[in-house]
Design a protein around this ligand. Sequence first.
Ligand code: SF4
Length: 233
Amino acid sequence: MKRVLTRVFAVDEDATSSATERELRRLANDLLDPDRPGDFNQAMMELGALVCTPNTPHCDRCALQAVCRAHATGTEEEYPVTPESDPIPHHDIAVGLVFSDDGDEVLIQRRPDEGLLGGLWEFPGGKQEDEESMEAACRREVREELGIEVTVEDPFYTLSHAYSHFKITLHAFRCRVAHGTPEAREGQPFQWIGLDELDDYAFPRANRRLIEELERRQTEPSLFDTPSGDDPA
Ligand code: SF4
């Protein structure tokens, strides 16, 4: 009924506000047939459900077409007016694939049990800060989480991934330890593991895609420089 009224009267105020809802109730009361209020309400609801549909309303078979202001101006689908939905937040995430000197092992750490992706293993990393390059973000995050300085050798892979309330672009870099010994700066378990052991640990989906790429390049080393992918989901 709200959709029908905002279109017929071209109500261009936020239809979710209480002031507009009061105005719509007033309009509906003015139109109401006092002798058959039930039939009127039923007819309006059926009109909204079957004729004045959200997309592509069937104005050609609508009894209100002659008085409908939205139809007169061809703006039916602009009503009801609602506040623009917030854009989904997006974060750029730097990730360090920190390899051992012989290149056979990589550093992983376990997320806290509470919170998003709780208890899963991951490669160290985190959000890029303002005015920070992705490489600098990678070095900082590894330093903050594991207390080591790393040399960022080259970009490894970039991928997009969507969670329910935000999206990320994950930028992974191959790194080596420049100096220091890893320690759990945030109390998280961490360990060096062989590349052939990665499938034995539970990782979030985005990290799992990095592992798939690692495995692919181990078998197809000539493809090492293919540095990006989008989330198929
Ligand atoms: S004329 Fe079109 S927009 Fe207007 S009330 Fe009818 S179906 Fe809805």
